[in-house]
Design a protein around this ligand. Structure first.
Ligand code: NAG
Ligand code: NAG
Length: 507
């Protein structure tokens, strides 16, 4: 096998390169050489493994395509997807499904696309926003494969999802950062590079959304998402909280934020890769020792990136990802989103039905997206966010916890790329007033339908849940448990673990 060898060389030469440089800046310079090619390959590989083939690299178009009525910043329509099984005589009004575009104020010409599904249960249910990661992948991935109202059958009809999160919430999916999904701009300068830009856009959108839907503005509000959204979510939650404190615009009733298999504190999480890989039998002890040599260099590189670096952050991305690619080179053709699975060909998953569906004329007409292409995952957006990748987003979280805003970190146990171990470690290491109690609190089973669906640890506003029999995409692998988790977390009963026996014993 030639591949592992060359990758081994790659990581090894990085070690030599870095350890032989006394000063740091020459290292950065050397790494800049590789900058142009590698990340785009990485992004394209990611996208291909999902069996997605977006026609465009990014949604940057010649001119504004969606027309907005004079003076309005948001256009929205109620829609009904064609070909929904078992919809019967339900009208567009009955469904409460909306799709819209929002003109971003702090942009040259950016339009953000969103879906809004009113709760199938009650309009009084919390409003929940979902953000998919990538960076640069459309939230429609989650809509159709994880927790949306429908799933796509192979014959392109939609089938109701019994465990859609719209069964317990008024559910929003946003395509962001700009250039992703159906969101677009006619100006390249609107491509985003950091969490300030991302969180301001999301905050502006929320303000416009609640102005459009004042009847939902007093509902509880929760931010959720996955993977690279481990970066977006803490930044967005902090932005909302700051806006509320400054009494900017509409008060947003932020109650909590939840991150599923996220990347939040890279220094801790990259260090956990070799440990997780060894524990799960993906690598041998000798490989572990070799790969672990990159860890201190990675930690050092991340320190240089800090919380506001730029080129040093891109450099640390390369250094640290040698850990990850070193593991993959030795682990064979595993699916790094779910190590129980093999990547068949270059495909780890097949999400191609989503692209086919969203490019159907009848669907596009229903959504009112005009002639905007659907960019399932954007390599350009991915690359533009590389300077943000190694930033530590844990730093803003304690202030939110102290103000009683809930945080749930959950992780499917078989995901490698944002594995539970790294997440558990940063959650435990986080300094806040309840840290000691959180660390000391017992693990309790998370019971769904009488069987253990995960292991849970909570104290005050903080919860950590390791989900059994799931990979990176928990609501896809364990839809019922994921919906239960959401319901109990939102209504404050998650800490009870769902085990009546346990409750009894404590009383
Ligand atoms: C399409 O597939 C779904 C799910 O397998 C099935 O329920 C439905 O009857 C099929 N529809 C048509 C038109 O074949
Ligand atoms: C919270 O939600 C769960 C799941 O729907 C339910 O079983 C439980 O009774 C609810 N608890 C409270 C306190 O409302």
């Amino acid at each position: 096998m030639a591949k592992p060898k060359s990758l081994c060389l790659f990581s090894f030469s990085l070690i030599l390169l870095i350890s032989s440089c006394a000063a740091v800046y020459p290292v950065v310079d050397d790494l800049r050489v590789a900058r142009s090619s590698f990340p785009s390959l990485q992004a394209k590989k990611l996208i291909r493994e999902l069996n997605l083939f977006p026609k465009e690299d990014v949604n940057v178009v010649d001119e504004g395509r969606i027309s907005f009525p004079e003076g309005s910043k948001l256009v929205e329509k109620r829609f009904k997807f064609p070909d929904v099984e078992g919809l019967g005589g339900v009208s567009v009004e009955d469904l409460g499904h909306h799709a819209g575009y929002y003109k971003l104020p702090n942009s040259h010409d950016a339009r953000m696309f969103y879906f809004f599904f009113e709760s199938r249960n009650s309009k009084k249910d919390p409003v929940v926003i979902w953000l998919t990661g990538g960076p640069g992948c459309s939230s429609e991935l989650a809509l159709f494969y994880e927790n949306g109202p429908f799933t796509i059958a192979d014959n392109m009809s939609l089938v109701w999802n019994e465990f859609g999160w719209d069964k317990a919430s008024n559910l929003l999916y946003v395509d962001q950062p700009i250039g992703t999904g159906f969101s677009y701009s006619s100006d390249r300068r609107d491509i985003r590079h950091n969490e300030d830009e991302v969180s301001n856009d999301l905050y502006d959108f929320l303000q416009a959304f609640f102005a459009e839907h004042p009847e939902f503005a007093n509902n509880d509000f929760y931010i959720t998402g996955e993977s690279y959204a481990g970066h977006y979510i803490p930044a967005f939650a902090a932005r909302v909280h700051r806006g509320n404190k400054a009494k900017d615009g509409i008060l947003i009733n932020l109650k909590g934020f939840a991150i599923g298999n996220g990347l939040t504190d890279p220094a801790v999480q990259y260090k956990a890769y070799p440990d997780y890989a060894l524990d799960m039998g993906l690598i041998k002890e000798s490989d572990y020792k070799l790969i672990n040599k990159i860890v201190p260099i990675c930690e050092f590189a991340i320190k240089l990136c800090g919380t506001d670096g730029t080129i040093s952050c891109t450099a640390s991305y390369f250094v640290c990802n040698a850990i990850f690619s070193g593991i993959l080179a030795r682990a064979g053709d595993i699916n790094y989103y779910d190590i129980r699975k093999k990547c068949v060909g270059s495909l780890c998953y097949d999400f191609s039905n989503m692209e086919t569906f969203l490019n159907k004329k009848s669907v596009r007409d229903a959504l009112g997206v005009g002639n905007i292409d659907f960019v399932s995952c954007s390599p350009t957006v991915y690359q533009a966010m590389l300077v943000d990748w190694m930033r530590n987003l844990e730093v803003g979280i304690p202030a939110l916890l102290e103000d009683g805003i809930k945080l749930l970190i959950y992780a499917g146990e078989y995901d490698l790329i944002c594995n539970w171990l790294g997440n558990s470690r940063w959650v435990h290491a986080m300094e806040w007033s309840g840290q000691k109690e959180f660390v000391a609190s017992p693990e309790v089973p998370f019971v769904v339908d009488g069987s253990e669906a995960g292991v849970l640890k909570t104290h005050g506003p903080l919860g950590f849940l390791k989900v059994h029999d799931a990979g990176h995409m928990v609501p896809m692998d364990q839809p019922k448990a994921a919906l239960e988790m959401l319901k109990r977390w939102m209504n404050g009963s998650l800490a009870e673990g769902g085990s009546s026996e346990k409750l009894f014993a404590e009383m």
